[in-house]
Design a protein around this ligand. Structure first.
Ligand SMILES: Cc1ncc(COP(=O)(O)O)c(CN[C@@H]2CONC2=O)c1O
Length: 280
């Protein structure tokens, strides 16, 4: 089943109009929520961010977020999703093609589930990344459907045999194409401030909580590409990749070229947070 507007229907019943503004303009917002043990992980935080993203593009959700939450819980249950993701998207709706907002169009909510195991190989062994210029717009804090900058960056990584592209704007590391980036230097965590140049990741917010609990110092400050290259440890964070070590950047090893101790400590704390919130 999928969620289409306000109903759970078969995927075949979903008819997306060729003048849907998400399809023509990328005019919409989205969220990706992880499910462990059949329970959504930090769903309220994701839905709060969805509401904020919609507000920031002046899009009114077609029904209350509490109704959406219940529909998503029903979708997870109907699809027997034990471990995987729920993708939610809200389009500004269908209208004759014109850049300005349509006079009247009902925003269209769709959501569907994906069965997906945890990326254990990447989590245990780390991944390779490349750096590339951050060419995206200046409202990266909005989780919008305008993802072409991210798509091109991700493909650059793939073209170089890497898993993620680390974005650099005016010499400063912002984030990954679909992740947040953290470095560790002399035991302190550093990550870009949550402003208009990055998405304030939910996983990023969990990491702040876990670092505090683990008494790992964390500094929300910008850092340069040079600081990235000389870091003791680097990792990325996202709903789908959790806390994933980066062991090679632009062909050069990070630290000893293997996941570092602080990263592994946070990974262990993250697994405990999954158990605490989805097994209770
Ligand atoms: C640009 C960007 N930065 C950071 C993040 C990490 O945010 P979360 O911790 O809230 O996931 C994402 C998530 N991208 C989602 C995660 O999975 N697939 C996506 O498109 C992202 O697209």
């Amino acid at each position: 089943m999928i969620l289409y507007d306000e109903r759970l229907v078969s995927r075949e019943e979903a008819d997306i109009d060729i003048e849907d503004r998400a399809y023509q303009f990328g005019d919409g917002v989205y969220e990706m929520i992880r499910v462990y043990h059949g329970r959504p992980f930090y769903m309220d935080e994701h839905l709060a961010r969805l509401e904020r993203s919609a507000t920031e593009i002046r899009l009114s959700l077609p029904y209350p977020i509490t109704r959406l939450k219940q529909l998503l819980l029903d979708l997870i249950q109907q699809n027997h999703l034990e471990e995987g993701n729920v993708y939610i998207q809200v389009s500004r709706g269908v209208a004759p093609r014109y850049h300005g907002f349509p006079e009247q169009a009902r925003p269209l909510v769709i959501a569907y589930t994906q069965h997906a195991k945890r990326p254990l190989a990447e989590l245990n062994h780390g991944i390779k990344a490349v750096t590339t210029e951050d060419i995206r717009w200046l409202r990266c804090d909005i989780k919008s459907l305008n993802l072409l900058g991210a798509v091109l960056a991700k493909q650059t990584a793939i073209d170089h045999g890497a898993k993620e592209a680390i974005l650099v704007r005016d010499g400063i590391v912002t984030e990954g194409s679909s992740t947040n980036i953290f470095i560790i230097k002399d035991g302190t965590l550093h990550t870009h401030p949550a402003n208009h140049l990055i998405l304030n990741g939910i996983t990023r917010q969990v990491i702040f909580k876990l670092a505090d609990e683990c008494e790992i110092p964390i500094s929300e400050t910008t850092f340069s590409k040079e600081a990235l290259e000389s870091a003791d440890e680097v990792f990325l964070s996202s709903t789908t990749m959790e806390i994933c070590p980066i062991v090679e950047i632009d062909g050069r090893p990070v630290g000893q070229g293997v996941p570092g101790p602080v990263t592994k400590q946070l990974q262990e704390a993250f697994v405990n947070e999954i158990k605490r919130t989805t097994l209770a």
